[in-house]
Design a protein around this ligand. Structure first.
Ligand code: NAD
Length: 491
């Protein structure tokens, strides 16, 4: 057993109380079997703390609490009340922004710069969802004078939400926001590598006045409790963000009980630089596209395509820019790229560097670990690649990018679309017609023109192809958490 709160001292010298329990029915509790697991600081490879590990019996208790909260109050609450709770939660996130950002950098390894950006979007998104709560409209349908017909949008019930370790708090908000605004209750499982921010934020959920049982947080392992969440008869929907392989498995597992499933999965997104682009801006943007968040981004622009007439120039500028980025201690001022999140992840990245070299790709810069403590990798650029190489085809999920050459629009569209994924794409050009033409023909859920990794709470995000099903953020996210009821009345 461990205490339900432990003091943790951040690199800034500030000490805070970290909850370690499961958050069920509005309280922090130990797991029923009193199992715990270790949480590692990826920048030092040292233990931060232990937290309780939920097991199958804990899932059942949490689902029962969520079901009770759904039926008892939340699904039928005045939407204005739900809105007020979410506005309050957004305010609290803002008030706790610095501590939340620090927890995120400690647990995930990302730079404080990235964490602060995440937390900013968290509060904006929660506020955006709050605004939707009392704007869920049905329709009246003209069906003649003998009948009156209309639709209502009703919540689904208890939703399981399974999130990854690359944006722990941001994914917490992308999942909770639309579910709560529309009257659902949730059991959310953070990734085992990064449970701390969601547990800390559970205190804010309480303080915001969100009734007990509406939000339940279960740290634990995917293969055990993730599976249980996907088969539990009282769970009506599974919302998942993570790898395509796990997404595929979840879809199969959830099929037996016909749960609604939304998936936000992997990618291998193309980032296209045309010769007429503002090349300096394009280089900064493609660098941000791949090195932001240490490359652990589902929509990372990991395949760069440069028009042949400017290929050498762009490659040279890209190399210089990548080498100028400060990599290291996430808490140090000016650091852009922190640590990769886990041993597993850095091993995978370094394996891919070897695979790429074995395939004949040239390392222009990077390609190696930085320092001997912590999971740091240098920003890495591969050139002289061919489209059939594994480093061009497969998601690496780290600061590793391939650069290819093209000559015509048709050629680059074919290269861009030659992927089972379809999450995002970038286009760099000053020619508006070309930008629109290419954006219409590239198969991806998000197209960024002269920008990249540029999220907005009102703009939907999600994948084509094997990058997923459903959308996060924007009005579309709400559709994934409601079902339409048609009412037809004889008069
Ligand atoms: P993962 O997809 O296995 O894990 C994501 C979440 O799913 C975690 O909370 C995990 O506990 C849970 N999970 C795992 N197995 C489960 C199961 N059988 N049933 C229910 N839930 C389950 O990802 P990972 O193993 O942590 O990382 C592997 C690779 O996935 C990475 O190297 C990266 O390429 C990719 N990835 C992509 C994203 C993304 O946003 N696209 C996020 C994380 C990882």
């Amino acid at each position: 057993s461990i205490p339900l709160k432990v003091p943790i001292t951040l690199p800034s010298g500030v000490t805070y109380e970290q909850p370690t329990g499961l958050f069920i029915g509005g309280q922090f509790v130990p797991s029923r079997q009193h199992k715990t697991f270790e949480v590692i600081n990826p920048s030092t490879e040292e233990e931060i703390t232990h937290v309780y590990e939920a097991r199958v019996d804990d899932v059942d208790v949490a689902v029962a609490a969520a079901k009770h909260a759904f039926e008892d109050s939340w699904s039928t609450a005045d939407p204005e009340f739900r809105a007020r709770c979410l506005y309050k939660l957004a305010d609290l996130v803002e008030q706790h922004a610095e501590i939340l950002a620090s927890i995120e950098s400690l647990d995930n390894g990302k730079s404080l710069l990235c964490s602060r950006g995440d937390v900013d979007l968290v509060s904006k998104y929660l506020r955006s969802c709050a605004g939707w709560a009392d704007k869920m409209f049905g329709r009246t349908i003209e069906t003649g004078s003998t009948h009156f017909s209309y639709t209502r949008r009703e919540p689904l019930g208890v939703c399981a939400q399974i999130i990854p370790w690359n944006f722990p708090l941001l994914m917490w908000s992308w999942k909770l926001g639309p579910a709560l605004a529309t009257g659902n209750t949730v059991v959310l499982k953070p990734a085992e590598a990064t449970p701390l921010s969601a547990l800390y934020a559970s205190q804010l959920v309480q303080e915001a006045g969100i009734p007990a049982g509406v939000v339940n947080i279960l740290p634990g392992f995917g293969k055990l409790i993730g599976e249980r969440l996907c088969t539990h008869k009282d769970i009506k929907k599974v919302a998942f963000t993570g790898s395509t392989a796990t997404g595929r498995h979840i879809m199969r597992t959830a099929a037996d009980t016909i749960k609604k499933v939304t998936l936000e999965l992997g990618g291998k997104s193309p980032n296209i630089v045309f010769a007429d682009a503002d090349l300096d801006k394009a280089v900064r943007t493609i660098a941000f596209g791949i090195f932001f968040n240490s490359g652990e981004v589902c929509c990372a622009g990991s395949r760069v395509y440069v028009q042949d007439t400017v290929y050498e120039e762009v490659l040279q500028k890209f190399k210089e820019y990548a080498e100028s980025l400060k990599v290291g201690d996430p808490f140090e001022e000016g650091v852009f790229q922190g640590a990769q999140t886990s041993q597993m992840q850095i091993d995978k990245i370094l394996d891919y560097v070897e695979i790429g070299q074995g395939e004949g790709a040239r390392v222009v810069t990077g390609g190696e670990r930085l320092g001997d403590k912590g999971y740091f990798v240098k920003p890495t650029i591969f050139a002289d690649v061919t489209e059939d190489m594994r480093v061009v085809k497969e998601e690496i999920f780290g600061p590793v990018v391939t650069v290819s050459k093209f000559s015509t629009v048709n050629e680059v569209i074919e290269m861009a679309n030659d992927s089972e994924y379809g999450l995002a794409a970038g286009i760099h050009t000053k020619d508006v017609n070309k930008a629109i033409d290419v954006s219409n023909r590239v198969k991806a859920g998000t197209i960024w023109i002269n920008t990249y990794n540029d999220f907005h709470q009102s703009v939907p995000f999600g994948g084509f192809g094997q990058s997923g099903i459903g959308r996060e953020m924007g009005a579309e996210a709400l559709d994934n958490y409601t079902q339409v009821k048609a009412v037809r009345m004889s008069i």
